[in-house]
Design a protein around this ligand. Structure first.
Ligand code: SOE
Length: 378
């Protein structure tokens, strides 16, 4: 019989649902694990809403103050699914209370906050991970395997975009439950922390550290109504950001993110060009990895599209039969499964808070570079 890891979920938005779904799926699809998540308590300020969330998703109880949640000794792990400006205080208090922590990305508002969080977590010695979920899309995990196996050889170029179009209208407010991502006081930054952070996390994982950056940022809509104050206020976030960088391994990086790419909803793409091979992937077709291998020889050489559904491919033995796909939500299921598996062996689960601090440092350097129009060392 597996042992429970009792989850205290803080927040019930889009990510609260995505993570809760993952906790629910894991015991069925990863029955070999020693630990199983138990939905012990959901927590949010609005009692009516958090109660409804807890009942709908199957949490045994609810709280309206996260400090009360942390005082409970029937909670083993805390999941922080709230706006970025609340991560630091909650994570440090959770570490001091001896709870394991799964924190939504980005780690913090900035590197200074992130460092304090890492110090607290490491001092407390609690298991931790940050929800950079795209590492665990099977196609992206397969890309990692191919790179680590040396199939690409020396890497020359890393190119990545994250394009959306949901804030083009000037009528979209900033602040409040649905649009806090547009409010710099809650989010810290715009597309850099929200979208490019995913691209940077995956890039560091696949291609190593980023050494320096040169960025440009833009805020296209300068003022928006604030949903909480009902005042028209200056917009403090970056609506778009593009940057060049050098990786530690000598390769060159090119990254772009915007919420003003009409027609693109969540087009996360990456392409890597190596000496022996290239690969590319995009989130809108997440079960496919495109691969070009020079060694194929001139008669058959060309881009091949690998459909990631075979049991030999990362995580796919857990799901259906060859040819049948999985989706976005499975990346979260895989992260929970890895987290629980690593608890058995005492291994860290990547990305840890410390790993996510490196992504945060790149984001900070990108924002500084964009503001100062200079190259910034990370
Ligand atoms: C924003 O629209 C968002 O939901 C991000 O916050 C997520 O991290 C990203 O995965 C999808 O887009």
């Amino acid at each position: 019989m597996s042992e429970p890891i009792r989850i205290g979920m803080i927040g019930y938005g889009f990510m609260g649902r995505a993570h809760t779904n993952a906790y629910k799926r894991v015991p069925d699809f990863f029955p070999e694990l020693k630990y199983r998540p138990v939905l012990q308590a959901a927590c949010a300020r609005n009692e009516e809403k958090v109660k409804a969330f807890a009942e709908q998703w199957g949490y045994a109880s609810h709280e309206t103050d996260w400090r009360d949640l942390l005082k409970r000794d029937d909670i083993d792990a805390v999941d922080i699914c709230v706006p970025n400006n609340l991560h630091k205080e909650m994570a440090i208090a959770a570490a001091e209370a001896g709870k394991m922590i799964l924190c939504e990305k980005p780690l913090a508002m900035n590197v200074a906050e992130g460092k304090e969080m890492c110090d607290a977590i490491e001092k407390a010695g609690v298991a931790n991970t940050v929800w950079y979920n795209y590492r665990r899309i099977p196609a992206v995990s397969l890309a990692k395997q191919l790179i680590d196996d040396g199939r690409l050889g020396r890497i020359y170029h890393y190119r990545s975009n994250f394009l959306q179009d949901w804030t083009i209208s000037e009528d979209v407010p900033q602040g409040g439950a649905a649009t806090w991502r547009l409010d710099s006081a809650a989010a810290g930054s715009g597309v850099t922390g929200d979208l490019l952070a995913h691209c940077i996390d995956t890039a560091i994982w696949l291609n190593g550290s980023i050494v320096d950056v040169s960025a440009m940022t833009e805020t296209f809509v300068k003022q928006r109504l604030h949903a909480e104050t009902q005042q028209v206020q200056e917009v403090g976030i970056d609506d778009a950001c593009a940057f060049l960088c050098h990786f530690d391994n000598g390769s060159l990086g090119l990254f772009e993110s915007t919420r003003y790419a009409r027609g693109h909803k969540a087009l996360y793409t990456l392409e890597i060009n190596g000496e022996k091979a290239s690969l590319r992937w995009d989130l809108h077709d997440l079960n496919r990895l495109d691969f070009f291998e020079h060694a194929d020889g001139p008669e058959t050489r060309g881009w091949r599209t690998i459909h990631i559904t075979e049991g030999e491919m990362p995580y796919m033995d857990k799901w259906w039969v060859p040819g049948l796909c999985i989706g976005y939500e499975h990346s979260f299921v895989h992260q929970v499964a890895d987290f629980l598996k690593n608890l058995e062996s005492g291994q860290p689960t990547n990305p840890t808070f410390r790993d996510a601090l490196e992504t945060q440092a790149v984001c900070d350097a990108v924002l500084k570079s964009g503001a100062d129009r200079t190259w910034e060392t990370v």
